[in-house]
Design a protein around this ligand. Structure first.
Ligand code: FES
Ligand SMILES: [Fe+2]
Length: 362
């Protein structure tokens, strides 16, 4: 077994080094991350606007665990393991509404709170009682309408994780947003390659010439907090008409929340990015779009524009991330120096990875 302990020592600002290549290209390291990060830190799984009525449900995966997120009779939201107690079939698929959860394999039927209610033809089976079987539950918290879940009890509570965001983004109120649609991307790189890339503007002039014209590279700054990093930019920029036309008035707030969530908050709209490992060198990116007023004509136009623009930037990032993974796999690279002016967000994230995995290994 590979020994990662040397690579998990936190890097200080005055000698900042990136994570070692082996943390990006080995299945062993991803297994630690699944346990310590993806099953023990809050994961954004959806929004209350997707579960309006009792019985509304959708399936997700958190770490290795398939879950069904469902609105219960008591109006609460639960995250049940979507793994039947009989022989591990799914009790839900896709999204929809039902009064009970019926397994797709042999029809065992569960209440919305996970309690088994009936099991066809099991009456004469010795030592079997329906009341003794229940779907396990994940932890769930709702924050500003967003549904977070975790398989194990997380180290930090949700209010602490996201402290001060609500106050900082005023007058924008996240509770006004509703889910519009999702775009998905599959990228051939480790999930952290994509995270690192999001966390610095250093690559902007080289990778995104179009976006670079809209933003003021020199004033691009990142503030670090305990569990997230934050970039802010005022949008009224008289010298730069293009930015006004695209973004409108107000402020843009960009949060990168440990471990794998980005909130891109603009006036009237919000995009979340969720970064999920599909393998040690394969990553799924979910782009979810939310708007304050889904029905208005101006929102419909905005949706089209947002999607097109975000697609262009995304392709540029995908391309560079995949090339970086080739470099990480080459054997030529171990762990490079980070730029103290531009890459402290990367260092902050990578130190959280180091700390979380170290804690898990102890
Ligand atoms: S696996 Fe669910 S009923 Fe058999
Ligand atoms: Fe980028």
């Amino acid at each position: 077994m590979l020994d990662f302990s040397e690579f998990l020592i936190e890097s200080s600002e005055d000698n900042a080094h990136a994570l070692h290549a082996s943390t990006y290209n080995t299945l062993e390291f991803l297994k630690f991350e699944q346990k310590a990060i993806f099953e023990k830190q809050w994961q954004l799984v959806g929004h209350v606007s997707q579960l309006k009525n009792t019985g509304d449900q959708f399936v997700v995966k958190v770490g290795k665990y398939p879950l069904v997120i469902v609105r219960n009779e008591d109006n609460g939201i639960r995250a049940l393991h979507n793994v039947c107690r009989h022989r591990a079939g799914p009790v839900a698929t896709g999204k929809g509404n039902s009064k009970v959860l019926r397994c797709k394999y042999h029809g065992w039927t569960y209440q919305l709170d996970g309690q088994l209610r009936s099991a066809p033809e099991m009456q004469s089976t010795p030592n079997f009682e329906v009341c003794q079987h229940k779907l396990p539950e994940a932890f769930v918290e709702i924050w500003q309408g967003f549904i977070f879940a975790s398989i194990d009890k997380p180290d930090v509570d949700i209010e602490h994780l996201l402290a001060n965001i609500v106050e900082t983004i005023k007058p924008i109120n996240l509770e006004n947003f509703s889910f519009s649609h999702r775009d998905e991307y599959i990228i051939d790189c480790n999930w952290k390659v994509y995270m690192d890339n999001y966390l610095e503007g250093y690559h902007l002039p080289h990778v995104h010439p179009g976006l670079n014209k809209l933003l003021d590279y020199r004033s691009y700054d990142t503030k670090l907090f305990e569990w997230y990093s934050y970039q802010y930019s005022p949008l009224e920029n008289e010298s730069n008409n293009q930015a006004d036309i695209y973004y409108g008035e107000g402020s843009a707030h960009y949060y990168c929340i440990f471990p794998n969530l980005m909130l891109n908050i603009l006036p009237g709209r919000l995009q979340t990015n969720i970064i999920l490992p599909e393998g040690h060198q394969k990553t799924k990116i979910l782009f979810d779009y939310y708007y304050a007023d889904l029905e208005s004509e101006s929102t419909k136009k905005l949706i089209k524009k947002d999607t097109e623009f975000s697609d262009e930037v995304q392709q540029e990032d995908i391309d560079i991330c995949e090339k970086v993974q080739v470099g990480l796999n080459s054997g030529s690279y171990q762990a490079g120096r980070l730029c103290s002016k531009r890459e402290m967000g990367v260092l902050h994230f990578q130190n959280l990875v180091r700390r979380t995995i170290s804690k898990h290994l102890k």
